[in-house]
Write a protein of this length. Structure first.
Lengths: 437, 305
């Protein structure tokens, strides 16, 4: 036991001390944070006080375009668009909105000129306001009373309830959570599995294996490596958890308080109909996110991460022990292991759309695919979508599965790691499993 | 008293018999040569003695008791033929790690490693990565990590491969010193000249079978061809050399290689030369080198096979 601890320590330390570990661990959350923050920054920052010149030849919009947050409309008369669009910047305008003399039944030819591309927010803002004005005008012409119309409009939202306890939930949220956790498990299996395999190959190719085996049992060496690398993974998750929390807390420093308020509540822009819908959606998401059983989900995630990792990493170790100097061997030998993982991700993608299909249920029970598929189904609810017996069976199978693969892999590993120079086929390796001693 | 007794050891693979009924004893404190061509079964034999493989049949007694790999492995130092170190690891850490895996505490390990690094003048290497060292330097680190835990049995498989003559000499001297201090050493090789210089006893194996075993001098006596070299002051004529006591094998200037015929003694050879009044400058028996014995014995088994 003492020796396996020494091996775990070494495997853990050598990896954690590498510069690449630090860089990768810090860069990945920054990358994710960047993909979330930067678009928000661009979308929001694009809006700070713009003066837009309006040349309205139809005279339909005079006084009907209200200044919204950061956008000021300046109606101009007696200017020609052809000349003005060359020099609007000199007058301090961010852009020119040109409305030709249009027929309100078939409006066309409304244009907006600006130097760079207009931001999405501005685009939707302008579209909405123009449509608003035209709609009102049409109603007037058709003799429809605006107030009456508002009265008859319906705004009902159906509550989606699932499971025996009728937990409110939205399948969109379950989809997103299920898909991302299934995908993360997939990445973990591949990245850490390959890491185990490379570690074993390194020991074999550098010929330290036999030196080690004269002090420790092959099984200890293999398990020490597997556990050590699992430790690296857990540390990485821990750091990411801390970093993400920190970034969330530091977010107000990067964005103005107002913007954060906008993002968090969706309330600041609520005076606009669009934004009201957005705020509503935000509220709904908050409510639904609250409806997911996070503690169950997180503990299941850790279980399936560890279970899946242990299940596959032993197989990756066995393959690493078969590889000789020829790197081409790696591809042909890893194929039988990466194949079920890839099948797993495919079943996962189908399961997240249809979590009750037979494929999804069995995929979440069979240990080859269960870590990915079960994580895709779990957010849909336990025991609503995933029955307790399914979860229990899946967990028991996964534990039994990794005990079996570890045992099989140990048999291949201890022979493979001492075979030099010769190319070993999977058929030969399979024979080592049944061989005595 | 034997440190190691190997009795009827067998290890069969699907396609061949790697070790086929081999028995031998190794007296405590001796240097034992395990000889054989490549693929003779030496590595398999050593892997059984070091507990890496379990024998299919037969017994190994270590210190008079049945070999228990779990415990006895701490009394064995094994430097395999296929050897290496973690390339990215620092030299000092690596030595400490290997010492601890041999059962030393962290403190003991540090003491031992420092002692040997001092002795081999390697202190400046401590923080270097293994891959920064030359091949010879790596071999030194490898050798030290094998003997750090004061093994009572030291097994060296081709220890001099990859070493320049200077470093080879250093290691050789260390082998003698360890032997004097009571360490029993198994020296596995196919390089005979080193065996003759280093070993007390040898075991020759081929195709998994034992060909011969014994003291180096005994073995040479057993396989001697009764050849003698005799030097002469004056080259005799053909008639002077006619005798039934010996046959001339070779003549080179003032020296003859002769083979003693049956029922004759060495003195008969000398008497013949004296009677013919040929002045003798020197006279010696030619013993076969281990290399010659090795080659003839191995070829013999190849023929039978």
């Amino acid at each position: 036991m003492h020796k396996i601890w020494l091996i775990i320590k070494r495997e853990f330390r050598t990896r954690v001390r590498k510069k690449s570990f630090l860089i990768l661990t810090l860069l990945i959350p920054l990358f994710f944070a960047g993909t979330i923050i930067i678009p928000i920054l661009i979308a929001v920052k694009g809006e700070d006080s713009k003066r837009i010149a309006v040349i309205d030849e139809s005279k339909l919009f005079i006084g009907k375009l209200p200044d919204a947050k950061g956008i000021y409309f300046k109606p101009l008369e007696l200017v020609k668009i052809d000349t003005f669009k060359q020099k609007y910047q000199e007058y301090g305008y961010a852009g020119v909105l040109y409305i030709p003399d249009i027929d309100i039944n078939r409006p066309s030819g409304i244009e907006y000129y600006s130097k760079g591309r207009a931001s999405i927010m501005l685009e939707s803002n302008l579209n909405r306001q123009i449509n608003d004005v035209i709609e009102k005008k049409r109603m007037e012409v058709a003799g429809i009373d605006r107030q009456k119309l508002d009265e008859v409009k319906s705004d009902i939202k159906i509550d989606f309830r699932s499971g025996d306890e009728e937990t409110k939930g939205s399948s969109a949220v379950a989809y997103a959570v299920g898909y991302s956790s299934g995908f993360i498990i997939y990445i973990i299996l591949m990245v850490f599995g390959m890491s185990v395999m490379r570690g074993v190959m390194e020991e074999k190719v550098s010929r330290i294996a036999e030196v080690m085996i004269s002090s420790v049992k092959p099984f200890q060496l293999m398990m020490g490596k597997i556990v050590g690398i699992a430790g690296v993974g857990l540390l990485q998750f821990l750091i990411w958890g801390v970093l993400l929390t920190a970034i969330q807390m530091l977010l107000p420093l990067f964005l103005s308080a107002d913007t954060v308020h906008t993002i968090n509540q969706g309330g600041a822009m609520a005076q606009n109909a669009n934004n009201a819908a957005m705020a509503d959606a935000m509220e709904k998401i908050n409510f639904i996110v609250g409806s997911i059983n996070w503690s169950l989900l997180i503990s299941c995630f850790i279980f399936y991460f560890l279970g899946g990792y242990l299940f596959y990493s032993a197989l990756f170790a066995a393959v690493g022990s078969l590889v000789n100097e020829d790197p081409n061997d790696v591809q042909s030998l890893t194929f039988p292991i990466t194949l079920p993982i890839i099948i797993g991700i495919m079943v996962m993608i189908s399961a997240v759309q249809n979590p009750n299909s037979a494929l999804a249920v069995w995929g979440s029970i069979i240990p080859f695919t269960s870590p990915m598929v079960m994580m895709a189904r779990l957010p849909y609810g336990v025991p609503g979508t995933v029955a307790y017996w399914e979860l229990a069976l899946s967990m028991i199978f996964l534990v039994a599965g990794f005990l079996l693969t570890t045992w099989l892999a140990g048999k291949i590993y201890r022979t493979g790691i001492l075979m030099y120079g010769k190319k070993i086929t999977l058929k030969e390796a399979a024979k080592w499993i049944v061989r005595k001693g | 008293m034997n440190l190691l007794e190997v009795q009827h050891l067998k290890k069969y693979y699907a396609t061949h018999k790697a070790v086929d009924d081999i028995s031998f004893d190794i007296p405590r404190g001796s240097i034992f040569g395990l000889l054989g061509p490549n693929g003779a079964g030496r590595t398999t034999l050593l892997r059984m003695i070091t507990g890496i493989f379990y024998p299919d049949e037969g017994n190994i007694l270590f210190n008079g008791r049945p070999f228990n790999p779990q415990e006895d492995i701490h009394s064995i130092g094994y430097m395999p033929e296929e050897r290496g170190l973690y390339k990215k690891m620092r030299v000092g850490e690596q030595a400490l790690y290997l010492a601890q895996l041999k059962g030393l505490s962290e403190k003991e390990a540090l003491e031992k490693v420092k002692h040997w690094f001092n002795k081999f003048d390697m202190n400046t290497w401590w923080n270097k990565k293994v891959e920064e060292l030359s091949k010879g330097m790596q071999q030194k680190v490898q050798f030290i990590s094998t003997i750090l835990h004061n093994p009572s049995l030291l097994i060296l498989d081709e220890p001099f491969s990859g070493l320049d003559p200077l470093n080879a000499n250093l290691i050789k001297q260390e082998i003698f010193d360890l032997s004097k201090a009571g360490t029993t050493i198994i020296f596995s090789t196919h390089r005979m000249e080193q065996v003759e210089e280093i070993c007390d006893r040898i075991l020759l194996v081929n195709k998994g079978k034992k060909l011969l075993e014994g003291q180096v001098q005994e073995v040479k006596q057993t396989f001697k061809q009764h050849l003698f070299r005799i030097g002469v002051g004056v080259v005799p004529n053909f008639a002077q050399m006619a005798t039934h006591h010996f046959t001339i094998i070779k003549q080179h200037d003032h020296a003859y290689t002769v083979k003693l015929n049956e029922d004759s003694s060495t003195n008969d050879i000398l008497l013949h030369f004296i009677r013919q009044d040929i002045p003798v400058t020197h006279f010696e028996e030619i013993l076969p080198t281990l290399n010659e014995i090795f080659i003839t014995q191995v070829q013999k088994t190849e023929e039978y096979a």
